[in-house]
Design a protein around this ligand. Structure first.
Ligand code: ZN
Length: 338
């Protein structure tokens, strides 16, 4: 009844990488690292299958960071020329690499790992990629002149990558755009256009993950300034509803997002985040079912896909596993209660 999926990342095991950190370093190297990533991926595939998740991800266990791991495969970026930049509208400062020339993708970035993941399961498989706007909010520009132009250049590269992943068997290609609730005017002026460019020509299911950010203290402090109700999505959902994406995510568990904002996405499927990125509380199936029922006040039931709120990298492995199991148990419970 309610097909379940995962927003993106799942925790990497502590023998593979520093746990509970967004950018925890690897504990292995060379061939051992590659073998370890594949083993960690297979374990998460089996966990998701056993839990009954319908559309699986590789848990992003091959990556250290959802943007930078992609950028490492792109030319035109000087990784050593660091620029101090305010990230997400100056929420925090970070030394970031700088674009110094025309962006090109000399070879596929995630294709080889994805092909391996594809051999592990017959279920539907999602691959996630960083969105063009969020990339441009995570890297400095000394070549293109405007963020909109640089984002369009990234969108063309991402589209090549996405088409190859689709040809290799991706059922869902998802772009992650957490910058979409920060620069609302830019989203409407050019953000959605660059997202559409990145999705062009794809025949698989096309998804976008947006969120208020999890796992770092700066995000928590920023969210405290947003007030009781986070209504920023109202400004971009009408535009997203006209976009080429099929599925849009929304964090619904333990968040300040009023679920009524989903009324602006009448033509899309909703990935309803029903488990939160919290280390200290595992939702019960009843809590998950209650979130799904609340979403049903605004979205037809056939457009609801229960999902995780966001990437689970920042929380302990066993907690994330329990949440994945609660997600499917709660989705089943909600279906029984119809
Ligand atoms: Zn997220």
């Amino acid at each position: 009844m309610f097909p379940t999926t995962i927003a993106g990342s799942l925790p990497r095991p502590d023998w593979l990488a520093e746990p509970e950190k967004l950018k925890g370093g690897w504990k292995l190297s060379g061939d051992e690292l590659k073998a370890g990533q594949r083993r960690a991926c297979e374990e998460w595939i089996r966990h998701q299958e056993a839990a009954g998740i319908d559309t699986l991800t590789d848990g992003e266990v091959y990556r250290t960071h959802f943007v930078h791991s992609f950028l490492e495969g792109i030319e035109g970026i000087d990784q050593n020329r660091k620029t101090l930049m305010g990230i997400r509208d100056n929420r925090y400062d970070l030394e970031v690499p700088t674009v110094t020339g025309k962006l090109t993708r000399p070879a596929p970035v995630f294709l080889e790992d994805f092909k391996y993941t594809r051999t592990l399961t017959d279920r539907k498989l999602k691959i996630t990629l960083p969105g063009p706007m969020t990339i441009c909010d995570t890297i400095a520009d000394d070549f293109y002149g405007t963020r909109a132009d640089m984002a369009m250049a990234f969108a063309e590269i991402l589209n090549e990558e996405a088409r190859e992943l689709e040809a290799a068997g991706a059922d869902v290609v998802q772009f992650d755009e957490p910058a979409f609730n920060v620069f609302m005017d830019d989203v409407n002026e050019w953000g959605i256009a660059t997202l559409n460019r990145a999705l062009a020509g794809l025949e698989c299911t096309k998804a976008v993950h947006i969120c208020y950010g999890y796992g770092i203290e700066e995000n928590n402090r920023w969210k405290e300034t947003l007030g009781e109700e986070w209504r920023q999505y109202e400004q971009i959902f009408p535009g997203l509803n006209r976009s080429d994406v099929d599925q849009v995510s929304l964090e619904c568990a333990s968040s300040h997002v009023p679920l009524s904002v989903m009324s602006h996405l009448a033509d899309k499927q909703l990935m309803v985040g029903a488990v939160a990125v919290t280390p200290d509380h595992v939702e019960s199936p009843e809590e998950v079912a209650a979130t799904i029922r609340e979403a049903m006040q605004y979205v037809d039931r056939e457009r609801i896909l229960p999902c995780t709120n966001c990437g689970m990298t920042p929380i302990p492995y066993h907690v994330a596993l329990a949440k994945v199991q609660a997600l499917t148990a709660g989705a089943e419970l909600a279906a029984q209660q119809l």
